[in-house]
Unconditional design. Sequence first.
Length: 334
Amino acid sequence: MSQEIRCYRPLIIGRRGAVAANHPLAAQAGLMALRAGGNAADAAVATALALSVVEPMMSGLGGDGFYHVFDQASGRAVVFNGTGPAPRAATPERYAAGIPRTGPLSVSVPGMLGGLGAMHREYGRLPWAELCAEAIRLARLLTEDEATAQPRTFALLALFCLHAARLPGRADSQGALLPLEEQDRSAWDRPLAEEGMRWLARAASAPPTTLLLEAAIAAEHCLAPSFAETDWGAIVALYDALYAQHLTPVVALNRAIALGQLEGPERGLKELRELPGRDRLARYPFYAAALGELHLRAGHAAQAAEEFRRALRLARSPAERSYFQRKLAASGAT
């Protein structure tokens, strides 16, 4: 007598709110955010993070997204554009045959996480550490099954833990963004960082995957006792390996910033000026901010002020505007 196998969709019930997602576990993550006192913006972030674990092939954080928010108190509707900017050279003629499936012309600058961050900074209530918790729990479950207990899974979980561990230090008590050098490292979640290091140790693979390299970079920041003691040589080497696999302007930008820390601001400025695909970062405020920071360190106050003003014009949220205004003031501009 054969046993009948029935397929069904798990029942996820919300009494005071609704969350729609392609995967029930992601919908559950959104509902958990609502039950914890969060709002729709919090639920959207938690859902997106969970989808990056349970359905990465369709809803990975490296993609794009639009987030339409209706603010009932003001009656205002706002759309947060989480799409990657197109480069100036991406003309219809350049893509007359369509978008290629592989190679550098097939990718955009990922905008999804930036869009989620901008929406959360303006409307979110819950801290990011809470919104990441369910995605991390789901990633832990993947390590318990023989089919998914693989180095790539361990690398994903390491990346989640190592980034989430530093979230408590990324903003001050007023919600203002804090750069890495200004963060209070005692506020970081050390047990979560240690868990991330354990998963990273199990994630070794040959050749190293993109996830493994990204997690290793995050680990170097977590291991450094202070900003001044960061092993920038190791970080640059990891970015070299990452860029060899993942030819994106954002990776090149982060590598140039790390090189500026290792070899000085003039070297960093040279790398940023010669950045492959820099035209694709023309609307990215942190590209201008990186130029401003390196000019400031090199003693070029006027050029630094010009770049911070450009970053300010491109700011996508009040938190970003506040941060760039602080940097502009630090350059001595009035």
